[in-house]
Design a binder for this molecule. Structure first.
Ligand code: ADP
Ligand code: MG
Length: 243
């Protein structure tokens, strides 16, 4: 059991939607403090895998364990409570609430014993970490897209997660916003012991941020390795980079 401490371990997870085999016997693991990149062509099962881990979809078979405890089959709220937070591919903020209020909702949901002052302090600390403290009192729906995505990550971090799952956090961002996000995520991961699984199409971002990559293709793991190894892997280049 000690070997499973500080690990999120996915073992032989399959997911069938109707007749579609979205995931076939996928296994991977991520350790606390590790940044794992999950890449692969469109439709290869990346979002489905994150959904199965977070319990928003139930795996058809296989096991998902954190610190050796089984999570597969738990409802999404229970998985979140156990310490796995995620963003969504589309933004899910309360558009009419301020940035601070959006994060406060998450802080208070996570810790019902928090006082107004302590919750506010924590929310502001998170906004600071995401470099959006100056936006605290703006209406969330009025923010630029890249800023909204950062609020979303602040909300996920408000849950004090052990593991964080990010599905295309840089989607729709311009190069400058993507660079800022990369620096913020890198810094956050250095300052906490959160384990991160990140899906993104932005290869420079993935290559710079991640310690290790898992490549999915048609629902199966095609390759696992360091970013450099993956970049030079012939089968990956064929399946993914198309050359
Ligand atoms: P990716 O995130 O890598 O682009 P997805 O996980 O979204 O891939 O999709 C994997 C496969 O599962 C695709 O063939 C997709 O059409 C299918 N799929 C995903 N979600 C559903 C769903 N809710 N119902 C039916 N099929 C789905
Ligand atoms: Mg996806």
């Amino acid at each position: 059991k000690d070997a499973e401490k500080h690990m999120l371990r996915v073992a032989s997870v399959s997911k069938v939607y109707g007749g579609v085999k979205a995931l076939q016997e996928v296994s991977l693991e991520v350790a606390s403090g590790e940044i794992l990149g999950l890449i692969g062509p469109n439709g290869s099962g990346k979002s489905t895998l994150l959904a199965c881990i977070s319990g928003t979809q139930s795996a058809s078979s296989g096991s998902i364990r954190m610190d050796g405890a089984e999570l597969a089959g738990l409802p999404a709220f229970a998985v979140a409570q156990s310490g796995i937070a995620r963003n969504f591919q589309s933004i899910r903020l309360f558009a009419n609430l301020s940035v601070l209020e959006n994060v406060l909702v998450a802080v208070l949901a996570n810790d019902r014993t928090a006082t107004q002052a302590s919750a506010r302090h924590k929310a502001m600390t998170l906004l600071d970490r995401l470099a959006i403290a100056e936006l605290a009192h703006r209406r969330s729906g009025d923010l630029a897209y890249g800023q909204q995505r950062r609020v979303e990550i602040a909300r996920a971090l408000a849950l004090d997660p052990r593991f964080l799952l990010l599905d295309e956090p840089a989607a729709g961002m311009n190069e400058a916003e993507t660079g800022d996000l990369l620096n913020i995520l890198g810094q956050t991961m250095r300052e906490t012991s959160i384990g991160l699984i990140i899906v993104d199409h932005d290869m420079p971002l993935i290559m710079r941020l991640c310690h290790r990559l898992v490549v999915l293709n048609r629902g199966s793991v095609l390759a696992v390795g360091a970013p450099q190894e993956i970049q030079n892997d012939e089968t990956v280049r064929e399946a993914y980079f198309g050359r």
